[in-house]
Design a protein around this ligand. Structure first.
Ligand code: XMP
Length: 514
């Protein structure tokens, strides 16, 4: 998609790079991340209005550390360098960088010492800021002025107002930096003169128009999972090409209770989506018989899904495109300066299909962060139950049943899980946590019920807080809620006589048990 006002963030490997782009977008300006090794001509062709150089873990004093192609600076664009980006600017423009004797990490107090557009409207001379770097600028490049300092860094903010190049030793993009948002906005609006125009309503309009043009009269096939990403992809495409979007929903028998009806029923009713539901529960559960190893389960489920999807898609006429709900973080990861290996994740998507089936891809969400997808969902009129639905793994309940998956065990887990979902919703905790669910263990223990001794299954309760699923901590639910969930599961779910709570964080544990 072509964007009128684009700000390019050049990534030097900072853990905060994505945050920079998100802050810019929150200000209503479209922003993209590109690796610091990107070709300046290719970036120029995108027509950016400003550049931001991210921080990074390296030191500009080390040989082999990532550099900045001088063409980026000769472009005349406004530039904001953050942390490592600051040191690069200082060094490359003729200043001097040295290793700091007393490093400042974490919180620091920053003092403004000269007015400049970045500080407009702050109305305070001192700010608590977040620092995370060992080097500092010791001599200014020609044309630069010192704009602010901290206790141990004399040149914590510098700038050349004539060339519109500014650099900060601290991170304005992190929440710990006081008024950081205003500083970022000042760079966009006061320094670069950009006007905010990136809204989800404008995204929907543009995306629908672009897709209609790209797809023409062809048909598109989409695997609908019921998750928010594929649902939003479906509704957007439906707006663009109507019933030429053919959705395939594979009921693999590993879904939560009521899921198929809730999502698919809704989409068919309210959006008149063209959905084919394929009943494949028996096939999946049959192939899982006797399989205990989690990787083996995943492989069987993945292969069976592709087999069914491919068969169904081939039977459709005039289909030239495969739609996928790929999000921007996946795009960044695969193009990352650090390389895809910096992130450990193996997700079961419809991998390999387009090559095999000779389909072209359409990925309407590939420019969006997750929170933006939710905003698009609101824009499209999707209900909160879909918008705030917790993530659910592709292999479904099969990886929440430890050991063998059988129809009977699936039914036990579905009933227990329904109670977890219902109680989280009723108590208002559903929206506060990242994910909450029940796990069925391959373990029976003794209990008493009335006068009888029981010998039944153990269910584990897993509820976590997280921002992106890369790290997570167990949610501190109130004990009354835990008690209700446990009592209800043991009393209402035949086959479970004990509930335990998972109190592990990720890492070293994972969110799912598998
Ligand atoms: P783990 O267990 O690795 O899970 O900490 C991280 C997040 O990913 C979800 N998950 C999956 N999502 N397909 C998906 O679409 C999968 O195969 C899959 N496996 C795990 C998990 O629910 C959690 O949110």
């Amino acid at each position: 998609m072509q964007h009128e006002d684009l700000v390019v963030v050049l990534d030097f490997g900072s853990q905060y790079t994505q945050l920079i782009a998100r802050r810019i977008r929150e200000a209503g300006v479209y922003s993209e991340i590109h690796p610091c090794t990107a070709d300046p001509a290719a970036i120029k062709a995108l027509g950016p209005r400003a550049l931001v150089l991210s921080g990074g873990p390296a030191s500009v004093l080390e040989p082999g550390s990532p550099g900045l192609n001088p063409e980026f600076l000769s472009s005349g664009l406004p530039v904001l360098g953050i942390c490592y980006g600051m040191q690069l600017l200082a060094r490359d423009l003729g200043g001097r960088v040295a290793s700091a004797m007393d490093r400042e990490y974490g919180r620091a107090e920053f003092e403004i010492i000269e007015d400049c557009p970045l500080w407009e409207g702050l109305d305070q001379a001192r700010l608590k800021v977040w620092m995370s770097h060992g080097d500092k600028v010791e001599a200014l490049p020609a044309g630069f002025r010192v704009l602010g300092r901290t206790q141990s860094v004399d040149m914590a903010a510098i700038g050349d107002p004539d060339r519109r190049i500014y650099a900060l030793q601290f991170h304005p993009e992190v929440a710990h930096t006081e008024r950081g948002e205003r500083i970022v906005n000042n760079f966009l609006f006061k320094v670069a003169g950009i006007r905010p125009g990136w809204t989800m309503a404008s995204f929907v309009d543009k995306s629908v128009r672009d897709m209609a043009g790209k797809i023409g009269d062809a048909g598109v096939v989409l695997g609908l999972s019921g998750g928010i990403d594929s649902t939003v992809t479906a509704v957007l495409l439906h707006k663009a090409i109507g019933r030429r979007l053919r959705c395939i929903f594979v009921d693999n028998g590993l879904l939560r209770m009521g899921e198929r009806q809730e999502v698919i029923g809704f989409l068919e009713e309210h959006f008149e989506l063209n959905v084919k539901c394929v009943d494949a529960a028996e096939l999946f559960v049959g192939r899982l018989a006797g399989v205990v190893d989690p990787e083996a389960k995943r492989k069987i489920i993945g292969a069976t899904f592709i087999e069914i999807f491919e068969r169904e898609a081939r039977a459709l006429e005039g289909v030239e495109f495969l739609a996928q709900g790929t999000l921007y973080p996946d795009v960044i990861e695969s193009e990352s300066f650090r390389g895809p290996s910096a992130v450990i994740k193996s997700h079961h998507n419809v991998g390999g299909l387009p090559e095999k089936m000779d389909l072209k891809l359409v990925e309407p969400l590939r420019e969006l962060f997750k929170d933006e997808v939710r905003k698009v969902a609101y824009e499209l009129g999707l209900p909160e139950a879909i918008i705030w639905r917790h993530p659910f793994p592709g292999p479904g309940l099969a990886i929440r049943i430890i050991g063998e998956v059988t129809e009977e065990r699936l039914e036990v887990l579905r009933r227990a899980d329904r109670i977890v979902q219902a109680e989280l919703l009723a108590s208002g905790w559903y929206r506060k946590v990242w994910q909450g669910f029940a796990v069925l263990l391959p373990l029976k223990t003794v209990g008493v019920m009335g006068d009888d001794r029981t010998y039944e299954n153990v269910a584990a309760l897993r509820v976590v807080d997280s921002l992106d699923a890369m790290t997570a901590d167990w949610s501190r639910l109130p004990s009354e809620l835990l008690a209700r969930i446990s009592n209800r599961i043991i009393n209402e779910v035949k086959g479970v006589n004990r509930v335990v709570l998972d109190i592990s964080s990720k890492p070293p544990s994972t969110i799912e048990w598998e």
